[in-house]
Each structure stands twice: as C-alpha cells, then as structure tokens.
Design a protein around this ligand. Structure first.
Ligand code: CP
Length: 308
C-alpha cells in the first residue's frame, strides 16, 4: 500500500484496505515507536490552524517531533499574514517552499481540497468546517479496534450534534466500510445531514436514527459522544434550544453492557459527567493516546516509510 506523498483530505477517498493498513501500521508502531525516532530527521511539517485546536495540532506536532522532525506554523490566523488579507491559496503556495507537508484546519468546507490542488506537497485535513476530520476518524477506528478487538459486528451509537459535528461525519463514512450496526442518536434539530444517509444507502452498514439513547443503551458496544458545536450555529436561539439536551451520567449507564466503551473526540463540555471518567466504560483519554500513534503512523506513511 503506497501513501507516499498522498494528501489526506476526506475519509471518503479511502477504501477499507487503506484504512485497515493505517490501523495495522499504527499497531506496529505502538510498541516500537522509539525504533523510528530519527526517521523524519530533516523533514518539516507546516501546521496551519485557522481555527482553535488542542489535540489535533499538538498531537501532530508531538508526532513529528517524536519521529525526529520539525514543525513550523501558526495556531490562529491573527498571527499570520491572513490578518492582512492574504488568501488561503497564496498562503499554502508560500508554505510549500518551507515545508515537506501541511496540516491544515480551516472553517470552510472544501478548504483542504482546495489547498491540495495548489501545492505539490501532501496536505492533511485537520478539520474543515462542519464537513470532515479524517484523521480523527482514523484514530477513532483505531481506538475501537484496540478496545473491542475489531470493528465488524459491533453495535455503535453516535450521540449528539450530528448536524455540525465533523468528527461524526467522517466517522460515519469510515464505519460504512465495516459490517456494523450504527444508531444515530440526536436531538431532532441536530440530526445528521440527509445527504450522508443517502450516500450510504447501498453500503454494508445498517443505520437507524432516534432521539432516545435510553432505547438503545442496553444493546450498544460503543457509545461515541459529541458536544454541541456552538461555533457552527448561525442562529443563537437554535443553540439555546438544544443546549444541555443530553448528558451521560452514571444513571444513564444503568442498563449498559458491562463492556460498553464510551468515546468522545473532545473537547468535552457538559455532555459527559466527570463521574463517568472513573468507570471502565470511559476510553476518551486513551483515545487521545491512540490518536498520537495514529498520527505518527500517518506521517511515516506519507513520508514514504512502511511499517513492518
Ligand atoms: N478532537 C479534536 O479535533 O480536538 P481539537 O479541536 O482540540 O483539535
């Protein structure tokens, strides 16, 4: 499988064997990453973040540094010439003269693909508006794979803001490559985009939608919780109507399977009570650790190294 110099723009561009290859590569790396600590010596990653981030930006930076590479970039547009009105295309055309790959987060859907069309170096989409967050989906699948021993056959529920949550959009498309039962649980105003359901009609995944987690809590193997994406609402009153409409507490889990895992891309606001953190169900901080490994694997692969 050859990822050398390839951009990662959308999870929809990836076939199952490619996703499985990344999962397998991450698994090889997990216990042996120190063997690769100089592999990216002399490589420079540009991290261009036009929106806030803690995990994605810092995990890519950590991944690059753990592999011997270097990182340049900005964490907010105010610190760059964007503040003077420079456009995205000119920005990435400049950065490709300094760097060997770009990690880009941008509020506009389609921004990562646009950027990739103008440069010769790989572009990794680190989140574009409410559209996609493909490396999050890859680390989510890796988390499920590691915690449940596989992905096929699982009963998975995605809970929360499925309308604006880019992580759930990418994860839904990613899971459509597997034989899973997917339940989409959201307040009626926050249902997933109709086009995604349409796109996946003929895939092997079985999708149902509900607004009640109680209806399915006893059946599911994985509960993936997301926050309400306040920053994406055009109408503040719409946000007020859905704010606080779901919350996972110990009592919510009363009928859950003993081995249910609870995931969250983070940041977490009020949607998971902190008491849940101390149960065996909570894997969202392990998910962060898996994310670092997956991003290390992705960087090695796009720089042309195969993990064996
Ligand atoms: N999960 C995620 O994308 O987190 P950040 O916004 O902190 O990068």
């Amino acid at each position: 499988m050859d990822f050398k110099n390839k951009s990662i723009i959308s999870i929809r561009d990836m076939k199952r064997d490619e996703i499985d290859f990344i999962i397998k590569s991450a698994e090889i790396l997990q216990d042996n990453w120190k063997n690769y600590k100089d592999y990216l010596k002399d490589r420079i990653l540009g991290t261009l973040f036009f929106e806030p981030s803690t995990r994605t930006r810092i995990s890519f930076e950590t991944a690059m540094k753990r592999l011997g590479g270097m990182v340049v970039g900005f964490s907010a547009p105010e610190g760059s010439s964007l503040a003077k009105g420079e456009n995205l295309i000119d920005t990435v055309r400049v950065i490709e003269n300094y760097c060997d790959a770009i990690v880009l987060r941008h509020p506009l859907e389609g921004a990562a693909r646009l950027a990739a069309n103008y440069v010769k170096i790989p572009v990794i989409n680190a989140g574009t508006g409410a559209e996609e967050h493909p490396t999050q989906a890859l680390l989510d699948l890796y988390t499920i794979f590691k915690e449940k021993g596989g992905i096929d056959g699982l009963n998975i529920a995605l809970l929360g803001d499925l309308k604006y949550g880019r992580t759930v959009h990418s994860l839904t498309y990613a899971l459509s490559n597997y034989k899973v039962k997917l339940t989409l649980v959201s307040p009626p105003l926050m249902k997933i985009r109709e086009e995604i359901i349409e796109d996946l009609k003929n895939k092997r995944i079985k999708i149902t939608e509900t607004s009640s987690l109680d209806e399915v809590i006893n059946e599911i193997d994985v509960l993936y919780v997301t926050r309400i994406q306040r920053e994406r609402f055009a109408d503040a009153t719409e946000y007020e109507r859905v704010k606080g409409s779901y919350r996972i507490e110990l009592k919510t889990l009363k009928n859950a399977k003993k081995d249910l895992i609870i995931m969250h891309p983070l940041p977490r606001l009020e949607e998971i009570s902190q008491e849940v953190d101390y149960t065996n169900h909570a894997v969202y901080f392990k998910q962060v650790k898996y994310g670092l490994i997956v991003r290390m694997a992705i960087l090695l692969l796009i720089f042309g190294f195969e993990l064996k």
